[in-house]
Design a protein around this ligand. Structure first.
Ligand code: PLP
Length: 405
């Protein structure tokens, strides 16, 4: 008899964002006239930059031309894109070889697929609050999981220590959900911890493009020692608007070796078996992101989201609400007022002001009492949400609005 993977029973019944979408839909059906302001899910609202669109169109035409047509692409990515990504790192002073770059269909796929590199016996360290995909991927792989909670006391940036007995850890910076960003010094502590133990860091840099502070690391490979302990997972989703188009890349250094096994070679072996490469059209579109023009255009889009973050941050500052993120990150992570639990605050916002955010408790116990806003919406919706939120927070303070009231 086929035996299903029993660890699926340990997963939450429904993925967080599907559950929120269901709750929102219920409200919409009951209140068809209300305008909902969706500040929950981290999906972009601006279209792909013009240079990407042009490259996509050209690539489609290539596929109609017998001289330019491409069949299967190399499993680890087209040379043109691997070279472009490596050059992009080099421009920032980071020496990455194109053979260390793997083109992917996005960070989500990679975060789970990379589990193939690790023996089942490895213990995974999960920082909380956590982007749920890390936890779910570890549960599905049947791993032992250690939880490392963080909170307001350390600005949601936990420190390593040698009593943490883990073999692999997901680090996310800028962080989803908290918007917190590791400093170089703290990231160096994690790199040193991993090298001392022989652990491997899976560094999720999906939001690196949102960092403006030049002192903060955008890549773990800015840190000495990272080449022997880290894999970096990047995505064009939020950087360049590829959420619906799908493209990302992963860097696995040649120097990442455990028990005489080279993880870069192992991943080549994995990809050549499990994929037939990413579509030529998408890779061509993605390569436009790394041109001078593409970089300028994506920064124009990111500037719109940064402005949204500033608008929401201002509304919270005016009401003396404690929060992290919003600077160097597209998420704002606030402390719920009056000690409200995060799902109660979710319901209150939905019922009273029709603003949809994400309850912190959805990111693990350490997120209870917190609430996340995404700043990827339209500027008009963000302005309106900030205004409604400010008013509601004032009324909560005055005591004229309360749970169930
Ligand atoms: N990593 C983090 C931290 C994310 O927030 C997201 C998406 O929201 C992803 C990865 C997934 O990115 P992609 O769209 O490339 O799969």
């Amino acid at each position: 008899m086929m035996q299903p993977n029993p660890f699926y029973k340990d997963l939450q019944e429904e993925y967080l964002f599907r559950y929120i979408a269901g709750k929102t839909e219920e409200f919409r059906k009951e209140h068809p006239g209300e305008k909902l302001l969706r500040m929950g899910i981290g999906d972009v609202s601006l279209p792909l930059p013009p240079s990407v669109i042009r490259a996509l169109h050209e690539a489609v035409s290539d596929q109609a031309d017998p001289q330019k047509f491409h069949g299967y692409m190399p499993e680890c990515g087209g040379d043109f894109l691997r070279n472009a990504v490596a050059a992009h790192y080099r421009r920032r002073g980071i020496d990455i070889d194109p053979a260390e770059v793997f083109v992917s269909s996005g960070a989500s796929d990679e975060l789970g697929d990379l589990q193939d590199l690790f023996a089942r016996e490895n213990t995974a360290l999960i920082m909380e609050p956590v982007y749920p995909a890390y936890l779910d991927a570890c549960i599905i792989a049947g791993r032992k999981i250690l939880h490392l909670p963080s909170g307001w006391q350390n600005d949601f940036l936990p420190e390593p220590d040698d009593s943490i007995n883990a073999d692999m850890v997901y680090l996310c910076s800028p962080n989803n959900p908290t918007g917190a960003v590791f400093t170089k010094a703290l990231l160096k502590d994690w790199v040193d911890w991993a090298n001392r133990r022989g652990a491997v860091i899976l560094f999720d840099a999906a939001y690196e493009a949102f960092i403006t502070d030049e002192n903060l690391p955008r890549s773990i490979f800015e840190i000495d020692g990272a080449r022997t302990c880290a894999i970096e997972i990047c995505s064009l989703s939020k950087t360049a608007g590829f959420t619906g188009t799908r493209l990302g890349y992963t860097v696995i250094p040649e120097a990442l070796i455990r028990q005489e096994m080279n993880l870069n070679r192992m991943w080549v072996r994995n990809r050549t078996t499990k994929t037939n490469g990413i579509s030529y059209i998408l890779q061509k579109g993605g390569s436009a992101v790394f041109t001078e023009e593409g970089q300028k255009e994506i920064q124009e889009n990111i500037a719109v989201y940064r402005k949204n973050a500033a608008v929401l941050s201002k509304a919270l500052e005016e009401e003396d609400v404690r929060f992290t993120g919003g600077k160097n990150a597209p998420y704002i992570w606030m402390k719920c007022p009056n000690g409200f639990k995060s799902w109660d605050f979710f319901d209150l916002l939905l019922q009273k002001i029709q603003v949809i955010g994400t309850p912190g408790a959805g990111f693990g116990e350490a997120g209870e009492g917190c609430f996340r806003f995404s700043t990827f919406g339209s500027p008009a919706d963000t302005e309106e949400a900030a205004c409604r939120l400010g008013q509601l927070l004032r009324r909560i303070k005055e005591g004229t609005v309360s749970l169930g009231g």
